[in-house]
Design a protein around this ligand. Structure first.
Ligand code: PRX
Length: 625
């Protein structure tokens, strides 16, 4: 336990926030500039909550114009570098001019309020310019991680009805050029009217709907379109337990207020900060804490396009030294990867500029926490373990400014305004130190507005398990002092290197191989990535259980979902365990893989003898060991 003296002050502040929820958030909302103040702080039409209703603002104005008008013109917004040695230093004014000019270009192409623009770009300044230009016009962006492949993009275009795509010719990863444009070119979509291409090498040729992002655009002031607080700022797809990834829709007003407040509350960032969040803009962490929160607060950030340990494992640490990073925010997977390397890669760099360290995306095990604290933070930087989700918009549970006692492996206490609890299957609060389901019992401004085109699924997924409570899908324990420890997903979501994937998504991709009859996948613990995938596959009649088919399965999944899916093993079996209603019992498969007792098997379908299935999996178990 690391002792800090301000706990009671925090608890008082927290108590006030919960007891005066609407007043509290109304007060916090002035953290960003509004064109018109709201008429109502919160409109509750359970489970649809709307924040700052009647208020008007524009996210691009909040992030740029406001700072340019308030003495931050010359402040650096981003230092950017990539692994091939390219660099950029962008002030708020430069970013403002680039966004204005590119907005004008997009406007001339026909982009307007209400449109959805899909962005498929690497972590470069232009990607941020693209996001801000879209929202300047009142349009909504749909950023797709550049590691996703064609089918994932097609699904997102169709579901969000994207009319425009902004992409780049390629990105760089571990010394290789990764082509992005050819992936986009394979897509044949009626709804897409234009594709804007950032030409990074000067050999792109315009062709039909593929137009070039003009170089050296002349400055053209473009009026930021005032939008309602509840106007969708973006839609971001994330995986759930069933079906295809769902489009999580975030508001403009509530979301911006929430991400700005939470970044300040968690990391105590200030005007002298050089903030580095290592996430890609394709994920919620990138949206909230690479783009919107740091810009809303007028901070200086560093961003990097490339792999963490390329060309050698000292890369990140050399960048921290070079840019004098003050707050550093990354994932447990990245930390676990660095733990494998010689400490010399770290020791040869001066990391003294660091004040705070952060962790996000998966549970951070206490040994990893301690390693990070000692070797990167030199036992002087608080570790801010932030629990949250795509759906929550921003941090929910995290040690406020690092001023409360830290506990390795615990995300600690909820942030102000967040009423969290751990409950049993019936929704009753559990006593301390008992594993249960994490729930959130009061609305907060960063909460999603819903799932695009699917109100039913929104209600079903998040609000039906427990009456009146938001159910995020995580297991948790509450310690004696009210500290929360997050224990991973309670549903069938798999987290590979912090990337969220649904079992159905992967299984559907496996089924695309015409030799496969059925497939079931489970997440299995992995030392570095947190989890990887174990697949159980039955083959169609007459097909031999040939090892070479496994490679075909892997390639197909990578082609359809993307290289983010990593398999630990694929097993060919004769039968999958199912319930009497035909549902695959993945729980059983997981127990077998991790060597746990099978537990209750009474719901297995009648015709399949339990013994037979146990025997079949015994064989699988032996083949693993
Ligand atoms: O299971 C939790 C885990 O990541 C899930 C959310 O994933 P995603 O929407 O991709 O957002 C990732 C970035 C926030 C959660 O339901 N998770 C996230 N942060 C933590 C975590 N698990 C444990 N500790 C965390 N700090």
């Amino acid at each position: 336990m690391y002792y800090y003296p301000y706990v009671n002050r925090y608890l008082e502040f927290y108590k006030y926030s919960i007891e005066n929820l609407e007043n509290f958030w109304a007060f916090q909302a002035s953290i960003i500039p509004w064109f018109k103040s709201w008429d109502k702080v919160l409109e509750s039409n359970h489970p649809f909550y709307r924040w700052f209703v009647g208020g008007y603002l524009n996210a691009s104005y909040v992030c740029l114009d406001h700072h340019v008008e308030n003495n931050k013109k010359d402040k650096v917004a981003y230092y950017w570098e990539n692994e091939v040695g390219e660099k950029e230093i962008i002030s708020y004014y430069e970013l403002y001019t680039r966004v204005n000019s590119f907005s004008k270009f997009l406007k001339d192409l026909g982009v307007q309020k209400g449109d959805v623009v899909l962005i498929y770009m690497p972590l470069i300044v232009d990607a941020i310019v693209a996001m801000l230009s879209v929202v300047r016009l009142g349009a909504t962006h749909n950023v797709v991680f550049s590691g996703f492949s064609k089918n994932s993009i097609v699904d997102r275009i169709e579901d969000s009805n994207a009319k425009f795509i902004i992409t780049a010719t390629h990105t760089y990863r571990r010394g290789k050029k990764v082509d992005l444009l050819s992936t986009i070119k394979e897509i044949d979509s009626q709804s897409v009217q234009k594709v804007v291409v950032l030409d990074r090498e000067g050999n792109f040729v315009e062709d039909g709907k593929f137009v070039k992002w003009p170089e050296n655009l002349e400055f053209a002031y473009t009026e930021p379109v005032p939008v309602e607080s509840t106007h969708p700022l973006f839609v971001l797809y994330t995986s759930g337990t069933t079906g295809k990834p769902k489009g999580i829709v975030h508001s403009t007003g509530g979301y911006l207020v929430y991400v700005a407040c939470t970044l300040r509350w968690a990391f105590n960032v200030g005007d002298d900060s050089i903030w580095w969040c290592t996430a890609d803009i394709g994920w919620i962490t990138g949206h909230s804490y690479v783009v919107y929160a740091p810009l809303a607060l007028g901070l200086t950030s560093f961003i990097y396009e490339g792999a963490p340990d390329y060309p050698d494992p000292s890369k990140w640490w050399s960048l921290i030294e070079k840019h004098r990073i003050t707050e550093f925010f990354t994932s447990p997977t990245a930390i676990r990867m660095f733990m494998k390397y010689d400490l010399e890669f770290i020791r040869k760099h001066d990391l003294n500029s660091l004040r705070m360290l952060g962790s996000v995306g998966e549970p951070i095990n206490p040994e990893v926490w301690e390693w990070y604290y000692k070797n990167i933070g030199k036992s002087k930087c608080p570790i801010i373990d932030t629990w949250w989700q795509t759906e929550t918009g921003g941090f929910m549970i995290a040690p406020f400014m690092g001023i409360i006692p830290l506990r390795p492996g615990f995300a600690s206490l909820p942030l102000p305004g967040i009423l969290a609890d751990v409950v049993d299957e019936n929704g009753n609060s559990l006593p301390p130190n008992t594993k249960g389901y994490l729930v959130i019992k009061a609305p907060w401004p960063g909460m999603m507005m819903g799932i695009l085109n699917d109100d039913e699924k929104y209600k079903q997924t998040y609000w039906s398990k427990f009456d009146g409570m938001y159910y995020p899908g995580d297991y948790a324990i509450r310690g004696e002092e009210g500290y929360f420890q997050l224990l991973g997903r309670a549903d069938e979501v798999i987290k590979i290197a912090g990337h969220r994937l649904g079992t159905t998504e992967i299984e559907s991709a496996i089924l695309e191989n015409d030799f496969v009859a059925e497939a079931a996948v489970v997440g299995v613990p992995d030392e570095v990535r947190g989890e990887t995938v174990a697949a159980f596959v039955t083959l169609k009649q007459g097909i031999n259980k040939d090892e070479s088919l496994k490679q075909l399965i892997i390639s197909k999944v990578r082609e359809i979902v993307g290289p983010v899916v990593v398999f630990s093993s694929i097993f060919f079996v004769d039968k999958l365990p199912k319930t009497r209603s035909g549902k695959i019992m993945r729980r059983l498969l997981k127990s077998i893989i991790i060597g746990k007792e099978l537990g209750d098997v009474t719901t297995l379908e009648e015709e399949a003898s339990v013994e037979e299935i146990k025997k079949a999996y015994e064989e699988v178990k032996q083949s693993i060991s």
